[in-house]
Design a protein around this ligand. Sequence first.
Ligand code: PNW
Length: 546
Amino acid sequence: MPSSRELHHEDESLGLCTAESLEEGFTMTPGVEKRRWSWKLLGALVAAPAVLLLGRHLGASSKAEVKADPLMATADWALSRDLTTDDNQKEDLIREAFSDPSFMWGCATSAYQVEGAWNEDGRTPSIWDKFTHAGRAFKGSNGDQACDYYHRWQEDLDRVAQYGFNTYRFSISWTRVFPMDDQKNMYPNEKGIQFYKNILHYLSKKGIRPLVTMFHWDLPEKLDWLDEEVVDYFVEYADFLLTTFQEVDWWSTFNEPWTFCTMGYALGLHAPGKQSKYLQYQCGHNVLRAHARVVDLFRRRHFRMGMKIGLVLNYDFPFPKDPENPHDVDAVQADAVKGVGWFADPVYKGDYPELLKESLGEHLPKFTEEEKNLLLQASNPIYNYYGLNTYSGRYVEAVKNHSTWTKQSFWKDGEPIGFPFIHAWLYKVPQEILLHLRWVNERYGPPSILITENGCSDPGNTEYEYTVNDWHRVGFFRDYLAKVAEARMEGIPVIGYTAWALIDNFEWADGYQRRFGITYNDFGNQKRTPKKSAEWFQGLLKRIQV
Ligand code: PNW
């Protein structure tokens, strides 16, 4: 069995990015311990402007099936078990930087990934029900039951409190609260509304602040992000949420538009499963229009002092493959503009970045002047915050010394960029979160930054004992948080951190085989067990006196 060290391979060929090549690269792994790589994909993932934004998902699979190196994983766990001086210093730094009691410490879930009860109490289907029922996720898995959180939410929220968090991030299932009939009319669903009312009431009793996402990918089955009408539907839904759940102060409109547009419309690996070269930009365009209109509505009709609304964007910050090569150094900037700027430039600067316009030409839709003004309003510091999701790091290099054509990879000189997890796009690279925060802060100067997702899966062995004793995850959180602490000390306005995830859940196309939780879930009997990482948070938050 080759070790993960032997996985390194560079394909220098500059293939064209076709739907076929992209799909091949992202076919999900058919076994818990198997790691597949697509070096062909690396070749394909070059410069072509159309390919821009594959970032964190690169190398997700390949024809060659290789197992993750269990020795490497065990060694890391053993190392992390005893606190080293270095770890102690990091924890001191974290305590010092986060002593502010208003800091938002939380963990997160999303509706489709945990709730189950897909057709109970009046919920109508979403595109993820359709996608999974068509057998498109790993081994035909789906979110029909997921963590059965619809019936077990109270014990899960007890755990959020027990762990010591003061914030809980979750999303509302659109079709549970505002289902759609055959004529595409939406109507309030009392039972669905009550479910979230109960959650909000319980959180308030426990002194936990809700951070509510309007859209975490579960679009009503009859809608499509490519059709302009979706914008009106989303605005109507958002208006309904803001009216119905006035107890919520902190909102976000969309979770990771990069991911649901790219995975759903370019790669076809997430719902609705379309493959294309450019449709992701049409999706992104409608998402941005919807975001701008909802924030406008929020400002005019729903805003009270203290309320916030933001957009949650994901990116994994890259490092120049050859730091001595100025083209590779420039390529980092180009990559970030293409990855983050696709969504953040319109909101903070009023339009798409020039680089994107130049490279995509007619394939990038255009905003009207009115839309540009509305977009700019969305970043009004009175209510705006920047929601930042981040997981991994990677290398980027300029193709043929052309700094705006970027090629991405995870290995250099036979070494991975960081400790590898079972997801082939996920490596432990704590420095990236600091560089990422600096970049966002410098380019956009948001009034505040909320880290809305950060976390890791497992290194390979997914047996109970290894996943519950998740010292690798403890090390991940400690190291990333120490970097966030540095950012805070530099004056970057990070005001909160919500770990992904409260509980192992339905990991989209990867089904249930990959676990991100700080709470273990046995999907057979729905029994939850806190992992070491949950205990670690509990200890840390006690010491910080959250
Ligand atoms: C994020 N992929 O998404 C989401 O916001 C979460 O729902 C998710 O569980 C978490 O990161 C961990 O993956 C992604 O397959 C989910 O490439 C899957 C992919 C990318 C992002």
